[in-house]
Design a protein around this ligand. Structure first.
Ligand code: SF4
Length: 379
């Protein structure tokens, strides 16, 4: 989300002189720490520039950021893509589609209330972009050479509930695939497994142009912790979903977000978190050491000690690394279609990163048969 929104901001503000914008994140306390650091660095590098801060931290930590001497002003997160908030002409909001892979934001905000999460405070309630708006955005990117579209949202699978007729995400995915038969690749960013509708399930299981890569907003492997998080799934829901999808599409690569050291997590609960990594064969893992966020219910629950949280996060990362290394080895000798990016690497359909031969042009789809793994990349 932030990557895509930062691209839009860059395009919208391209004509502005001496302006630095920090598009901040508040998802963890570490993200806020990095935001402050980015602000200080930006000020050192550009002492005379106007420095404005937007993003979730500009909502959640408004007072603290506004008080930093380096900051000249804050822009509300919900207004940041509105040219009026920056005093620039609307025409300046042209498509900045220069990437082979385009992140298309189809939904923003969230109506849920997971007990650890500060995002609804930072981004407000769920809003969906209507189908025609999404199709128009994709068409602009395709005209500029995009070969892969990644549908993105804060709570992507809730897309549509606020639109007339309350369409589900499967309807949007199908509309994109039929409107753009020449689009080689469509990918979903992160999904909430229990919100996958039957059409979307079918498309993930069988549609070749929808990439075999499912990133689950899983958060934990223990039912009691999931309930305390106020998540809407249990461990067995995730297992059943992945097994049912893999039965139809065995090459599906699974990713997941997991939180280490959620309040009240004991050793047995942590072990459930570790073991779900192997049970689901999670090969793309985002591990977040829990940190209390202001105003959230979890911040008032009995906390796990920080060194223990760090140790548990390290164990989760090790477990993902083991799955990943096993998975990468299993791809040796397989023909993979890789979309070349600008930095000499590219991604296979299953999101494995592949080092490409020198001279491969960004945007080309090339077939690679990997023979080795070098620094985490297939080569
Ligand atoms: S679904 Fe839960 S974790 Fe995700 S943004 Fe909404 S409140 Fe936060």
């Amino acid at each position: 989300m932030n990557l895509s929104e930062s691209e839009s901001l860059r395009a919208m503000l391209a004509g502005e002189q001496d302006l630095v914008v920090v598009n901040s994140c508040a998802v963890t306390s570490e993200a806020v720490r990095q935001t402050r650091q980015a602000i200080r660095r930006a000020r050192l590098a550009r002492p005379l520039a106007r420095l404005l801060v937007t993003g979730c931290a500009a909502e959640v930590e408004r007072g603290a950021l506004a008080a930093m001497p380096e900051v000249d002003g804050l822009i509300a997160n919900t207004a940041k893509l509105d040219p009026r908030a920056w005093n620039v002409a609307p025409a300046a909001l042209a498509a900045s589609a220069r990437h082979t892979r385009a992140f298309i934001v189809v939904q923003n905000g969230c109506d849920h209330a997971c007990t650890f999460c500060v995002i609804p405070q930072g981004r407000g309630p769920s809003r969906s972009v209507p189908i025609e708006g999404v199709l128009g955005d994709i068409a602009r990117h395709l005209d500029c050479g995009t070969r892969e579209v990644v549908l993105t949202g804060v709570d992507l699978t809730s897309w549509g509930h606020d639109l007339p007729g309350a369409p589900r995400l499967g309807t949007l995915v199908q509309a994109i695939l039929s409107r753009f038969p020449s689009l080689p690749r469509l990918r979903l960013s992160s999904v909430d497994g229990v919100e996958i509708d039957p059409l979307l399930f079918d498309l993930i299981a069988s549609e070749a142009r929808l990439m075999p890569h499912l990133h689950l907003s899983l958060q934990h492997g223990n039912d009691l912790i999931l309930k305390r998080m106020k998540r809407r799934h249990l461990r067995r829901d995730a297992l059943e979903l992945v097994h049912a999808l893999k039965a139809r599409r065995p090459d599906l690569a699974i990713g997941a977000d997991l939180i280490a050291g959620f309040p009240t997590e004991d050793e047995a609960a942590h072990q459930d978190n570790v073991s779900i990594i192997a049970e689901l064969a999670i090969v793309h893992g985002h591990i977040f050491p829990y940190s209390p966020r202001p105003g959230t219910p979890a911040a008032r629950m009995p906390q796990v000690q920080v060194p223990e949280i760090k140790a548990r996060a390290a164990q989760l990362r090790e477990a993902v690394a083991a799955q990943r290394s096993h998975w990468l080895s299993s791809l040796m000798g397989k023909r993979l279609s890789v979309l070349a990016e600008r930095d000499g690497t590219g991604h296979a359909p299953n999101f494995a990163r592949v080092a490409l031969p020198p001279g491969t042009k960004a945007g080309d789809l090339v077939t690679i048969t990997p023979t080795r793994i070098a620094e985490g990349l297939l080569a």
